[in-house]
Design a protein around this ligand. Structure first.
Ligand code: KIV
Ligand code: ZN
Length: 499
């Protein structure tokens, strides 16, 4: 079987999508999980784009044990220097140099001729190669580029030392059979075809990113790029979990395999969704809430007799372990730790202590603590934000005949600070009271709430997005009391902002 390399760009192309920003702490946790998942390359960011991105790439590079760590750079010497500075500490560093190759991009965006683009490729790829042994060259907008010119660009990149050539469907324009032809053409004609890896990078504007990626792999591409949950510019990138499970489920037909431990897929998907505060559509392939739910009686009957009737892959194969086991207030520390570990979480002693504290307080309020509750409690612990502010207590007063008021008391560096505010509803009042304490002037950009499990005592999960300047900060709070969950989410976002 052909081994396909999986290149993850969740933290670069994925993070570029609106409202999907991640801080360094969160990126480090995602990178750890991607390494556990077994991706071959982690694209950690675009270092020249901001000091935060630079720092995140540098720290991901320093911590990553198995995967290669890539840093993106334009075909500009300054970009390459910055990217190299950020990634050079990695065990396996990669410089990812790109330039657009379609006439439209060359003329309108870059204002250069084809000849000038070729010169930049030669100059910049060989410069990158003089710094780093592993250089990937991407032709942005490959799929709307003139084929012969695209081939010339790839040949220039190979001659200058690139070992991976990436065909980018930047605007999600190509059709699967066209992609098959394009990859076949490049593969048959490019210099040193058996020594370079052909890669594909598809966007999902017409909903064909995964189909196009698979077509490219069938035509001989050896690396596929994408993101977890398909996050990315506009309609997103190819969803890696879908490509990986297609390769696994149809392994016999496709004759390809990967280094991925598919049992880590679900946890990776959840982590990304929690960090960016964007919920996964219930009908999303592979990782959506309904992907393994059977509603129709005929289907349920079939699945009970033999899951293969309506399931082409098992929930366990992506790391969803169904269990009816619940914990309660009489479950001790040992049972809790065991369950957390059975669910596949590896927590530091400090994080486990914190998780157990949360469990004890939840078990006081909720009769049965389920796996979903435990997952919700522990999933964010690996990248917990230092708590500059902590919720001490609150009182909210609201109704149809009075205006809502809230009194909130927070603790900052051991000092208790209390404020009262009126608002348009109790949550607005409570957020305003917090604003008075913090005095930073954040604007609430969005607020969502959902219940982690069913039932009256369900754990509520609130996600807020705060805006200040051009920056969006996501906060998350959990509690069986939705006011408390809301306040915790708001404070969590503020802690991230001030931290
Ligand atoms: O979509 C694109 O063209 C890219 C390149 C930088 C690879 O993201
Ligand atoms: Zn892209």
């Amino acid at each position: 079987m052909r081994k396909i390399l999986i290149f993850d760009t969740t933290m670069r192309d994925g993070e570029q999508s609106p409202g999907c920003s991640m801080n360094t702490r969160e990126k480090l946790e995602i990178a750890r999980q991607l390494d556990r998942l077994g991706v071959d390359v982690i694209e950690a960011g675009f270092p020249v784009s901001s000091p935060d991105d630079f720092e995140a790439v540098q720290r991901v590079a320093a911590q990553t044990e198995h995967a290669a760590v890539a840093a993106l750079c334009r075909a500009v010497k300054g970009d390459i220097d910055t990217a190299w500075e950020a990634v050079k500490q990695a065990r396996r560093p990669r410089l990812h140099v790109f330039i657009a190759t379609s006439d439209l991009h060359l003329e309108v965006k870059l204002g250069i001729t084809r000849q000038q683009a070729l010169e930049k490729i030669r100059e910049c790829v060989s410069y990158a190669r003089s710094l780093c042994p592993d250089v990937e060259f991407s032709a942005e907008d490959s799929t709307r580029s003139d084929r012969e010119f695209l081939l010339e660009c790839f040949n220039a990149a190979v001659d200058a030392g690139a070992s991976t050539l990436n065909i980018a469907d930047t605007v999600g324009y190509i059709l699967p059979d066209e992609m098959y032809d394009l990859v076949s053409y490049i593969r048959q004609n490019v210099h040193c075809a058996d020594q370079v890896v052909l890669s594909v990078h598809c966007h999902n504007d017409l909903g064909m990113a995964v189909a196009n990626s698979l077509a490219a792999l069938r035509a001989g591409a050896g690396q596929v790029e994408g993101s977890i949950n398909g996050i990315g510019e506009r309609a997103g990138n190819a969803a890696l979990e879908e490509i990986i499970m297609a390769l696994k489920t149809r392994e016999n037909q496709l004759d390809m395999t990967t280094n991925i431990n598919t049992r880590e897929i679900y946890r990776t998907s959840k982590l990304v969704s929690t960090v960016i505060g964007v919920r996964i559509a219930p009908n999303k392939a592979v990782v959506g809430r309904n992907a393994f739910n059977h509603e129709a009686g005929i289907h349920q009957h079939g699945v009970l007799k033999n899951p293969l009737t309506y399931e082409i892959m098992s929930p366990e194969s992506i790391g969803i372990y169904q269990s009816d086991m619940t914990l309660g207030k009489h479950s001790g520390r040992h049972a809790f730790v065991q369950r957390v570990e059975e669910l596949g979480y590896t927590l530091s002693d400090e994080a486990m202590e914190k998780a157990f504290e949360r469990f004890v307080s939840l078990a006081d309020r909720k009769k049965n603590v389920t796996d979903k509750d435990i997952e919700a409690m522990v999933s964010a612990l690996g990248y917990a934000t230092p708590e500059t502010y902590r919720l001490h207590s609150f009182v909210v007063n609201s109704g149809t005949v009075i205006s809502a008021t809230a009194v909130v008391k927070l603790i900052r560096n051991g000092e208790e600070i209390e404020h009262v505010a009126r608002g348009d509803g109790p949550i607005d009042a409570a957020f305003k009271a917090i604003d008075r304490i913090v005095k930073e002037g954040y604007q609430l950009a969005s607020y969502t709430i959902h219940s982690v499990t069913e039932g009256e005592d369900a754990l509520g999960e609130v996600t807020v997005r705060l805006k200040k300047g051009g920056r969006i900060i996501v906060g998350r709070g959990l509690s069986t009391d939705i006011f408390e969950a809301s306040l915790k989410a708001y404070i969590n976002a503020i802690n991230k902002a001030v931290g």
